[in-house]
Structure formats: structure tokens, C-alpha cells
Write a protein that binds this ligand. Structure first.
Ligand code: URA
Length: 233
């Protein structure tokens, strides 16, 4: 395959942009600088742009530990998009499979596979999400039952689906909550409806995918095959 065609496919650029990238002198093939688009690359060639390997990848599946202060959308004028935390040469098609609020931390899934992300976000599939929640006021004894019965949220016609709550630390007003849908600000609104206020929110799990405890805030890794497949179960 020609090097310019390879760059177009791998980076999602036009042929003209690939030519400009080559002219800049930042592209190497097997360690040698290459400026010619006609240069032939083979399946075993290692192509690098700005010292990062560029590959013709298949679908990509990423888990990111989102820190506070980043949004799961495009820049909003105040906050940076969490995409800036990805050090990937090819960002083409990557999108968030479900969002977290700017002040929520934890597991965010990112992919360029639309069917896979739809499976996570579509209300029809009721994908579980587990959150660690810190409340402003004490956890009341009737919360678990009320959350399991479903809560009436403001401006929503339907009650929330049954949610499971487990107290983690009563003194710290800390609990785990598993919900099976993803309405806008859902967890915060559920506790607001119970007369309390969420002061800390961290997502630990989506389906069977658990946030890797070796990741620091702002770090990411690619999912294993089993993690990717678990979404289809
Ligand atoms: N529920 C919320 O209220 N916020 C989030 O970020 C995720 C779930």
C-alpha cells in the first residue's frame, strides 16, 4: 500500500492532508524518515508520526478514568473535553459510550463502534451502572426500599427502574448504587427526590466492566477481548 493512502486510512485524513503531514518530515517507516506518498509500506512496516505508532486499527474500545473538570462532549467554553486525555494519533469515530457530569469521576467507555455503544446507552438494554455516592445528609433507613421501588423524578413521566443500594460507610454518608438506565443527572436527581444532595459521585462499573484500579485519574487503557464481549451478553 502507498504511504499516503496508509496515512489517510489510519489517521482519517484527506490525501492532501496526508501529503502535508509527509512534507513536515515527522513520518518514519521502520525508523527511516519518509516524505514520499508513493513509498510502499507492507503489513510488517512500522509507521510512526510524531514518534507515535500509526496503525490501521479495527474497532477500538477504551476505558478512561475521568477526573473532575472534564466533560464527555465537545469543549463547553469552560471545561475541556475528556478526549484531550487520549493520546491517540487517530481520533476518527471515537465517541463516549455514555456520559458523566463534569464533577463526576470514574469509568467512561470510549469507542468507534456505534453498535457497541448503542448497546450500552440504549434504554432498551438496561445496562447496569454502579456508582459510589457521597451524600450531604445521613442515609435514611427507608432509602434502599424507596430506590428499589422506583423514584418519581421531576419532569419525568416514568418512575425510575428499581435500583439497588448498599451502605458503604454510614458515618461518611457513603453508598453504592446500581441503576439500569441513564437519564440526565439521574443519580443526583434520585437523591434530590429523596430530599438529600449528592456531594460526590464516582462510576465504578458499566455492565461487567469494572474501572481498573491500576488506572490513575486521567489515565486509560484498551479493553480486553472479554470486556468488549461482555457487553453483548
Ligand atoms: N448520574 C448523575 O447524576 N451524574 C452522572 O454523572 C452520572 C449519573
Amino acid at each position: 500500500m502507498r504511504l499516503d493512502k496508509f496515512l489517510c486510512d489510519a489517521l482519517g485524513t484527506t490525501r492532501k492532508e496526508a501529503t502535508q503531514i509527509l512534507k513536515s518530515g515527522d513520518v518514519t517507516v521502520d525508523g527511516q524518515s519518509q516524505k514520499s506518498g508513493a513509498f510502499k509500506v507492507s503489513e510488517t512496516s512500522v509507521v510512526e508520526w510524531q514518534e507515535r505508532e500509526v496503525t490501521l486499527s479495527g474497532p477500538r474500545y477504551i476505558m478512561l478514568f475521568k477526573p473532575e473538570g472534564f466533560v464527555c462532549s465537545h469543549e463547553d467554553g469552560f471545561n475541556q473535553t475528556a478526549f484531550v486525555l487520549l493520546d491517540e494519533a487517530n481520533m476518527r469515530g471515537l465517541h463516549f459510550a455514555g456520559r458523566l457530569d463534569v464533577d463526576t469521576t470514574g469509568l467512561v467507555l470510549i469507542t468507534d463502534d456505534g453498535q457497541w455503544s448503542h448497546r450500552i446507552t440504549s434504554p432498551k438494554h438496561k445496562c447496569d451502572k454502579t456508582y459510589r455516592v457521597w451524600l450531604a445528609d445521613p442515609i435514611q433507613p427507608d432509602y434502599a426500599e424507596k430506590l428499589a421501588q422506583g423514584i418519581e423524578l421531576r419532569n419525568e413521566r416514568d418512575m425510575t427502574l428499581p435500583a439497588q443500594m448498599e451502605v458503604v460507610d454510614e458515618a461518611e454518608n457513603e453508598l453504592l448504587l446500581t441503576i439500569h438506565e441513564g437519564k440526565y443527572h439521574q443519580v443526583k436527581r434520585m437523591f434530590a427526590a429523596l430530599g438529600n444532595k449528592v456531594i460526590g459521585l464516582h462510576r465504578e462499573r458499566v455492565g461487567d466492566i469494572v474501572l481498573d484500579d491500576t488506572l490513575e485519574p486521567g489515565e486509560y487503557r484498551f479493553l480486553t477481548e472479554d470486556e468488549v464481549a461482555s457487553i453483548w451478553k
